[in-house]
Design a protein around this ligand. Sequence first.
Ligand code: SAM
Length: 334
Amino acid sequence: MNMPLIDPFARPIDYLRVSVTDRCDFRCVYCMAENMSFLPKAELLTLEELDRMCSTFIGMGVKKLRITGGEPLVRKGIMTFFEGMTRHLHSGALNELTLTTNGSQLRKFAEDLVACGVKRVNVSLDTLDADKFAQITRWGRLAQVLDGIEAAKQAGLHIKINVVALKGFNEDELFSITDWCAAQGHDLTFIEVMPMGDLGNEDRIDQYWPLSDLRARLRERFTVTELDERSGGPARYVRLEETGQKLGFITPLTHNFCESCNRVRLTCTGELYMCLGQEDMADLRAPLRASPDNTALETAIRAAIARKPKGHDFDYSRQKVDGQMTRHMSHTGG
Ligand code: SAM
């Protein structure tokens, strides 16, 4: 193996989040505009290039690979990519291969994913009400997603439900979603909404529901114990003593997790973002395509990691943040 990737703040970079497509079968209002124009195919990394890119990162010490999008499971032929990554699980170079999905295609792919060595999936689901689900995703159908989650469970996948906390939208479902996850055996994480998608519109700006409020509401019904446990990622965890459930909270706006950040994000066009909240990125597609040899690519990766910033600073008060984050997030997959 090459020298492991260590950033200027002595953080080992061992987690790569890869967006394999900018396309999605949903149009969640906080994420995408309804009329998205998608990238021409030639811009995207091919499945072979994605394999080479990820394999290079794994050779440089990446231990955890999370596949995302857009919706990763709508990328044509994506199972070929997952199958390819299985060799790194078998060799022990990779500890975990996982994905974040909207769940719409899980009925079709759950068993194949398990066969590829995937053990856990994150499924994004903001409401258990079919009408509200149609409203927030614009194009999604709740029944299809619930069926996908059921298929994933039957296939043996461990499921974590990711809920974007939206004021006035799913506040009233805090306990019903928590209860449903407990009954189904799913983990649950709440995510603070970031200023992007259509949230910049006047009618949506009020949807920011701080997780501090959400946690206070939980304490009305549960005994909530803070856990020290950290995943190296942005989530903070608590345990609900009454049910034994572990809940996660991701608060991107309060940037309280940068000091332990171990991750970088690759877009479907081969741009590497070193920080969720900053615009600096490195083009890795050019060195990848320039030569079948990986030397230039590895040099570009090291140069990019050397620029990883200490932390990020975006918030609702920043001018132009909406446009910036829309472009950034829809490319990097959240
Ligand atoms: N399509 C997949 C899915 O639905 O999980 C993967 C991509 S999606 C962009 C990844 C995650 O980002 C989802 O959990 C989604 O809810 C979250 N996300 C998108 N826009 C967001 C925003 N403005 N604020 C917070 N989370 C957001």
